[in-house]
Design a protein around this ligand. Structure first.
Ligand code: ADP
Ligand code: MG
Ligand code: MG
Length: 883
């Protein structure tokens, strides 16, 4: 018999912490806390399995209903109270909880079980009418909003009206009479909106609430959140039904959220916020601005001490920073939730290294605690310390990093602007889950209300968006689309800068600079290096990038593109002369001019990579790329014709002729790569000479230089053997001239399907392979890389393609071809070195894949190198654990 309902509470807990998939994060956390003897109000969890079944059939089996009924009976017995009892009612909360936490995404109903009759019983029992009606009006509005789908503004505006009528500021100033009237009006709203009365049977209330939580799995904002976070749609959520405890019972009651360490900086200091005399959502909803947790010790000392103590225990138990929710009812502490806390990139790194030092976790675990996105963020821009700043306001530093953009006031505007490539800062009074899309589209978020755990703060940190919250000095005027602060008026689409690390709002566009790698991160990366077996190289074609990459941990260059060197202002005339040459002799003359420049480049790169391999790709792109644009030339010609400068006219006409003759219909599949080297051998000759002269000269200075010459776009064995012979001949010539021998290699790119398929034969002519996955993707899909933007986004929207294959390696197709290439290549040359270069080399999923299929190294842009080091280690750990 399947178990669909799991009980939790002192001495009666069925579940445990490891049952996340079945009980959801919240349910398994509650069970684990109860098992640890932490005070948790008792309740039960209906499993995610039930959710999946219910969403499929819209019905519960007899067995499920029976188990729920039994759990309710047990809860009633345990509390010695009954649901709906007119004298002393049992009240419960109905809470969602999926496998992974989805902050604010799913909905919770509090104080369920109150009715017109039982509210009187509650008031009498605790001798507090105000409290009872406060609970009742909260329940009716939450039920209306969450279960019946009525816009919460309909209730909120009635509260605002009431406060105006009574001339009071805060919800807590409303007396029992006012709250009772509000409850009546709320019921009126429900009748009006839905056409039926607010249900007065607690069992009906409960069933409706359970259904609503399950159904909320499929509400649009939950779906958006899952999409953004790549969460599986098929998991479903669990439902937790839990005995209510009351934080709104006066000044020794309260509710709050806390982190066992600072989630923003990682500092080992208890961190959190609370509100006295408040219930549930008040803290996170940003309605009242909460107090810092430290001050709770002065107000309710015993409960505070116990809270600190429990939090420490939870952290040591879970061996990770915890994010907890608690309520204090008349001095008694209850824990309502614990989960692994979300943290900023900086905090992730600090917490991981600190916990190793504290002996809480080992180095390997520390390496898995830092995510690729974290490193990406740490390498994100911050405000240039030299920049002059006009700070116009300060709020709370909720999510670090700096962002510059144009002010927008709605999520839609942020999304619309992003579509036309505009950067924005989303400015809101407070954010709600409806704003998720806009937050993702904006560079940063600024809110007027809310604390460090408000919606904007939590979501901002999760997304890694710079975020300043609770900036109360700002007043937004939504009618004229402006905001005012300290004498400044900022209009919609004016530029501002926010600093989410300092909490400041700055007028205008401020210069940002890249962040550096701190000692903690260096430590994590060193641990990662000790674990990983996959090599990490960089793509670099100048000494500065090469040096930077080396500092960031690159173990060589995996791809040095020589064509970039041809674009330099001082080179392009010589390059053009070479292309314009009508015969071999004049081409050689032009190449002679290029030789010393190209050699200079290699000298610099070899020096920065001394002792490490440098893979240099011979010229790859079609020649017309180096000539001016045809339209530009035509305009120039017209200008010259009107000014009558006959001398130059002929020259321009000649260039136009050459452009026309070089024009290709499919340049991506045209006269490029080794095809160029074979048709104009003198070009590759010059390049090889430059490489070898540079290498030999440095070798003569006593340096160890490891050149690897790479031939692009090979599809036929003969293409490689012919080119290779040329390369070796030139290399030998230069070495003889310089009187030194160098251990150089000649290899090829595998970037055409044909090359992968005949890799066994190609391997016999190659010292190494490098998978050029950009071209391999292009030629495997038959997608021109320059034209994909016309259809790939539409494919993604329609679900035809999950990812852009140029961003995330297509394992199913391109990956399979790579596997063929690896297997066949090693079948004839078992120790053939193989790597991957191109955009995919720095993308986490593709790095995992490269490791899994047995490549020796990945090569990526300098700033992706630390990410690749980390992911390579995580991949090793993952594969080891999978065994
Ligand atoms: P979320 O997933 O959005 O955090 P929760 O289910 O945790 O939603 O509920 C939100 C808040 O409601 C909790 O932080 C807590 O303060 C309050 N709450 C939930 N259940 C109870 C309960 N049984 N007693 C008192 N407060 C509760
Ligand atoms: Mg919660
Ligand atoms: Mg290529």
């Amino acid at each position: 018999m399947s178990k669909f309902v799991y009980f939790f509470g002192k001495d009666v807990t069925d579940g445990k912490g490891s049952m996340k998939d079945l009980l959801g994060g919240k349910g398994s956390g509650l069970a684990e806390m109860a098992n640890l003897g932490v005070p948790v109000p008792p309740g039960f969890t209906i499993t995610t399995e039930v959710c999946v079944l219910y969403l499929k059939d819209q019905i519960y089996s007899e067995e499920v209903l029976k188990q729920i009924e039994e759990a309710i009976d047990k809860l009633e017995t345990l509390n010695n109270k009954k649901l709906g009892d007119p004298k002393d009612p049992l009240l419960v909360s109905v809470r969602s909880g999926a496998r992974v936490s989805m902050p604010g995404m799913m909905d919770t109903v509090l104080n369920l079980g109150l009715t017109d009759k039982s509210v009187i019983g509650l008031a009498n029992k605790v001798n507090d009418e105000r409290f009872a009606y406060d609970c009742y009006r909260r329940f009716i509005s939450m039920f209306g909003d969450v279960v019946l789908g009525i816009d919460s503004d309909k209730f909120e505006s009635l509260i605002e009206d009431k406060k105006k009528e009574l001339k009071v500021e805060s919800d807590t100033d409303l007396d029992a009479k006012a709250l009772k009237e509000l409850a009546e009006r709320f019921k009126g709203v429900i009748k009006l909106e839905k056409g039926f009365e607010f249900p007065q049977d607690p069992k009906v209330q409960l069933q409706m609430a359970i259904n609503a939580v399950f159904e909320s799995w499929n509400n649009p904002r939950a779906i958006t959140y899952r999409k953004l976070n790549e969460i599986d749609d098929s998991w479903g959520t669990a439902v937790n039904v839990q005995t209510m405890v009351y934080g709104n019972r006066g000044n020794t009651s309260g509710t709050g959220v806390a982190f066992t360490r600072n989630p923003s900086t990682g500092e080992k200091k208890f961190f959190g916020e609370y509100l006295i005399n408040a219930q549930g959502e008040d803290v996170v909803a940003g309605i009242r601005t909460p107090d810092y947790i430290d001050t709770l010790g002065n107000k309710i000392p015993d409960a505070y001490k116990q809270l600190v103590d429990i939090c420490q225990r939870l952290e040591s138990h879970f061996r990770d920073m915890q994010d907890i929710e608690f309520t204090i009812q008349e001095g008694n502490l209850y824990m309502l939730q614990t989960r692994t806390g979300k943290r900023t990139a900086a905090a992730a790194v600090k917490i991981a290294t600190d916990m190793v030092a504290e002996g809480l976790i080992d180095k390997e675990t520390a390496v898995t605690r830092v995510k690729a996105e974290h490193i990406d963020l740490l390498l994100h821009p911050r405000i240039d310390p030299k920049a002059k700043l006009e700070v116009i306001a300060r709020g709370l530093p909720a999510s670090p990093g700096a962002a510059v953009g144009k002010v927008v006031f709605t999520a839609e505007d942020a999304e619309g602007m992003a579509e036309i490539g505009e950067k924005t800062i989303l400015v809101r009074t407070e954010t709600s889950p409806e704003d998720i899309g806009g937050m993702a589209a904006a560079q940063g978020v600024l809110t007027v209300r809310g604390g460090m755990t408000s919606h904007a703060a939590v979501v901002g940190r999760g997304m890694g968006k710079p975020c300043v919250v609770g900036c109360g000095e700002i007043s937004i005027d939504t009618k004229s689309n402006i905001f005012m602060v300290n004498g400044h008026t900022i209009k919609e689409h004016d530029y501002i800068t926010i600093d989410g690390s300092a909490g400041s709002v700055i007028i205008g566009k401020v210069d940002l600079i890249d962040a550096e790698i701190n000692d903690d991160l260096k430590q994590i990366l060193v641990w990662a290096d000790n674990i990983r077996t996959l090599g990490v190289r960089t793509n670099a074609d100048n000494p500065a990038d090469a040096g930077l990459a080396r500092e960031l941990g690159a173990e060589g260059i995996g791809l040095c593109r020589t064509e970039h060197m041809f674009f330099g202002e001082d080179r392009i005339p010589a390059v053009r002369e070479m292309i314009m040459a009508e015969d071999e002799k004049s081409r050689k003359k032009a190449l002679k001019r290029l030789l010393p420049m190209q050699k200079e480049d290699f000298l610099g790169i070899f020096r920065s990579m001394e002792g490490l391999p440098v893979t240099i790709r011979l010229l790859d792109p079609p020649l017309h790329e180096f000539l001016p644009d045809k339209e530009e030339l035509d305009t120039k010609l017209r200008e010259l014709e009107t000014s009558g400068d006959c001398g130059k006219i002929d020259e321009v006409k000649k260039v136009i002729q050459r452009v026309i003759s070089l024009k290709e219909l499919n340049p991506m599949l045209g006269h490029r790569g080794c095809r160029l080297g074979i048709t104009y051998p003198e070009i590759y000759d010059m390049q090889v000479r430059a490489i070898m002269e540079a290498a030999c000269e440095l070798a003569n200075e006593g340096m160890q230089i490891v050149p690897e010459i790479m031939i692009p776009l090979v599809g036929l064995v003969k293409e490689l053997s012919v080119t290779r012979e040329e390369v070796c001949k030139m290399a030998e010539t230069v070495m003889a001239e310089k009187g030194v021998r160098i251990d150089y290699k000649v290899g090829t790119m595998i970037e055409l399907p044909r090359a992968a398929i005949i890799a066994d034969k190609i391997a016999q002519e190659a010292d190494f392979f490098s998978f050029g996955t950009n071209d391999l993707t292009q030629t495997t899909f038959g997608f021109s890389r320059d034209d994909v933007s016309k259809f790939v986004p539409i494919y993604q929207k329609a679900g035809i393609l999950e990812h852009d294959p140029f961003a995330v390696l297509d394992q199913e197709g391109v990956g399979e071809i790579m596997k063929i290439g690896i297997e066949k290549g090693r079948s004839t040359k078992p120790d053939l070195k193989m790597g991957i270069c191109g955009e995919h080399g720095g993308e986490p999923k593709s790095i995992h894949f490269a490791h899994q299929i047995g490549l020796d190294y990945v090569s990526c842009s300098p700033y992706r190198v630390p990410i690749a080091r980390l992911v390579a280690a995580q991949s090793t750990i993952e594969m080891r654990n999978a065994k």
